[in-house]
Design a protein around this ligand. Structure first.
Ligand code: 3HC
Length: 288
C-alpha cells in the first residue's frame, strides 16, 4: 500500500519534528495533541525551525508557507481516520499508549500502518494493544528530528514484511537513512548510547573529572558533536533516567542502572534543557 497521508499523534519534541519532516517531504500530515495549547506550542516549534531554515537560506519563505499549509492540527483522534500511516509519539507511558492505540485502532482503516516512536517500550507489546500486529512496527527517530538522519525501523515477530517495506520506503522518502532492527529494549542506538551516558554521569559523580573536561574529552578526543553530559541535558535527564530504568528492568545488567546522581537530579526537577537546569544552566545561550 502506498503511503499518501500521514498522521502523527503527539506534537511534543519528537512528534512535532516527525510531523515537520513528513510534511516537508510533501506528505499531507495531520498531527493530533490532547489540547489546543499543546498543539499551538508544537506548531510554534515547527514554525521556528522552518523560519530558522529561511534565515539560513536553506528554505524559501514561499516553500515554508506551502509546507505549513499541508500540515493540519487537531485534538480529535477521528481526524486521523483516513491516514495511511499513523506514527505515535506520545510520552513513554504504557497505559497512555494502550488507551491511545486502542482508540486509533478503532478509528483507522484495517490496512492503515501503525508505528510507535517509543525509545524503550516493547513494540511487540504495543502491537498487542491493537488488532493489527502485522501492520505495527517501531519507527525510532532521533532528536532533533529534522537534523538527525537516522530512523531505526523495528520489526516484531509478527510484523508483515510488506509493512516493514512500506514504512522503510516512507522513511527514505522523508530523507532519512534506515537501519533495520529487531524488537529489543533500546534497539541499537539506545542499547549503546544509554550505558555510555550513564558511565559519563558515574565518572562525574566519582569526581574523576569536571563536567567540562568530561564533555571536552569525548568531543575533542572522539569527535562526537556533543559531550555526554550536554547530550543528557539535551535529550532530557528525566527521559534518560526513564529509558535506563526500563532497560535495567529488561536486562538486569548494572550498566543500565540509573546512577544515584541522575535519580536525584530528576527528583530535584533538574531535567536539562527543558527545565532550564541540568548539568548545565540553560538560561544562558550557549549553556554554561
Ligand atoms: N533549518 C534548516 N537547517 C538547519 C536549521 C534549520 N532551522 N538549524 C540548523 N540547520 C542545519 C545547519 O545549517 C547545519 O547544516 P550544515 O551542516 O549544512 O552547515 C546543520 O543543520 C547543523 O546545525 P548547527 O551548525 O546550527 O548545529 P550544530 O552543528 O551545533 O549541531 C546538533 C547541532 C545536530 C544537535 C549536533 O550538536 C548533534 O548532532 N548533537 C548530538 C545529537 C544527538 O546525539 N541526538 C541523538 C540523541 S538520542 C535520541 O534522540 C534517542 C532518544 O530515544 C533518546
Amino acid at each position: 500500500m502506498a503511503i499518501r497521508k500521514v498522521g502523527v499523534v503527539g506534537c511534543g519534541l519528537m512528534g512535532s519534528g516527525i510531523a515537520q519532516v513528513s510534511v516537508q517531504a510533501g506528505f499531507p500530515t495531520v498531527v493530533r495533541e490532547v489540547s489546543q495549547p499543546l498543539l499551538d506550542k508544537g506548531f510554534a516549534a515547527i514554525r521556528k525551525f522552518l523560519q530558522g531554515g529561511v534565515e539560513k537560506g536553506k528554505l524559501a519563505q514561499a516553500d515554508m508557507e506551502k509546507t505549513l499549509a499541508n500540515l493540519t492540527g487537531t485534538i480529535e483522534i477521528r481526524d486521523l481516520a483516513d491516514c495511511d500511516l499513523v506514527v505515535e509519539a506520545v510520552s513513554e507511558d504504557r497505559a497512555l499508549k494502550r488507551e491511545l492505540l486502542g482508540a486509533l485502532d478503532a478509528a483507522c482503516r484495517a490496512e492503515t500502518l501503525f508505528a510507535s516512536n517509543t525509545s524503550s517500550l516493547s513494540i511487540t507489546e504495543l502491537a498487542t494493544f491493537t488488532k493489527r500486529p502485522e501492520r505495527f512496527l517501531g519507527l525510532h527517530f532521533f532528536n532533533p528530528v529534522p537534523l538527525m538522519k537516522l530512523v531505526e525501523v523495528v520489526s516484531t515477530l509478527r510484523s508483515a514484511p510488506a509493512a516493514v517495506r512500506e514504512a522503510s520506503d516512507w522513511c527514505r522518502a522523508i530523507g532519512k537513512t534506515v537501519v533495520s532492527v529487531g524488537d529489543s529494549t533500546g534497539f541499537v542506538v539506545n542499547r549503546l548510547l544509554i550505558p555510555y551516558m550513564l558511565d559519563a554521569i558515574r565518572v562525574y559523580e566519582q569526581g574523576l573529572a569536571s563536567r567540562d573536561d568530561i564533555d571536552n574529552a569525548m568531543k575533542l578526543g572522539c569527535g562526537y558533536p556533543m559531550g555526554p553530559l550536554l547530550l543528557g541535558d539535551y535529550v532530557g535527564l528525566d527521559t534518560t533516567c526513564s529509558i535506563a530504568g526500563i532497560m535495567f528492568d529488561e536486562f538486569r545488567e548494572p550498566r543500565f542502572a540509573p546512577p544515584p546522581l541522575l535519580k536525584r537530579m530528576v527528583l530535584a526537577g533538574q531535567h536539562g534543557r527543558k527545565t532550564g537546569r541540568g548539568f548545565y544552566d540553560w538560561s544562558t545561550n550557549p549553556p554554561s
